[in-house]
Design a protein around this ligand. Sequence first.
Ligand SMILES: [Zn+2]
Length: 319
Amino acid sequence: MLQQFANLKLFSLNSVIHQMFKIAWDPLYHHPLPENHRFPMEKYSLLPDQLVFEGTITPDQFFEPIPVTENEICLCHDASYWKKLLSLQLSPSEIRKTGFPLSHQLVQREITIAGGTLQASRFAMKHGVAMNIAGGTHHAFTDRGEGFCLLNDVAIAVSVLLKESLIQSALIVDLDVHQGNGTAQIFESDSRVFTFSMHGSKNYPLHKEVSDLDVELEDGTTDEQYLAILNNKLPQLIDFQNPDIIFFQSGVDVLKSDKLGRLGLTIQGCRERDQIVFTLAKQSGIPVVATMGGGYSERIADIIEAHANTFRIAASMWA
Ligand SMILES: [Zn+2]
């Protein structure tokens, strides 16, 4: 009897602790695309299902984001760009560059994802960590979108937190295989925000912007090489910047199996990458918000496994 009660107590305590680690998700994230579109949109429903199925998280950890407002968007995007996007008035070439057919539902998806990152950052400031099952749309610039990114969710969240004086500084750790070019441009003259991007030198975008720190990686970079660089750069950066919050873009297109990436990381290496970022943030007592970024491996199982690892590590460290 006593043992049963003890188990019950343990269970309820776990579920209370779990609820502290919040994850933004909305059914809109899984947006319908034309058949054979190259973007693996299904990951936005497979991943939350997998995380709940395996017991990494419980359904009560998800929150439905409130979409960001026009005022919030226009803190870092041009009002004219936002108006064109909202009224579906982008030119055919502007739409082609985004990689998605433009629709009201897509715009709703983008403002919901950005709301997820913004609210996740508020949760992270309370509980140490929070995540978004989407986001990291780092190819969105002040006045244009490209590469599956229309609005820059991290830039919007950082701009809102700065405006509300909830933070004085932020560090953006962008470990997607592609450079965070939009993010670098948006914050190029803002000394409160440090942009760090580690990416393939020969990958899209061909024309790179200038982040506060860019690390360009050669084709075929191995786990060992990659992790040595990250272990060398990130601790100093966190020490030196001592930011109020860290945004981690955890794209899994660094995998060797990725169709668009050119690096040679294994799933285990990618997992160790995530472990390094979360461990440093936690040890330094700095809140961390993780957004997913890209992932284009041939097998959807590899994409899900690598993204799931990011959530598994955070769940194990903050539970
Ligand atoms: Zn990418």
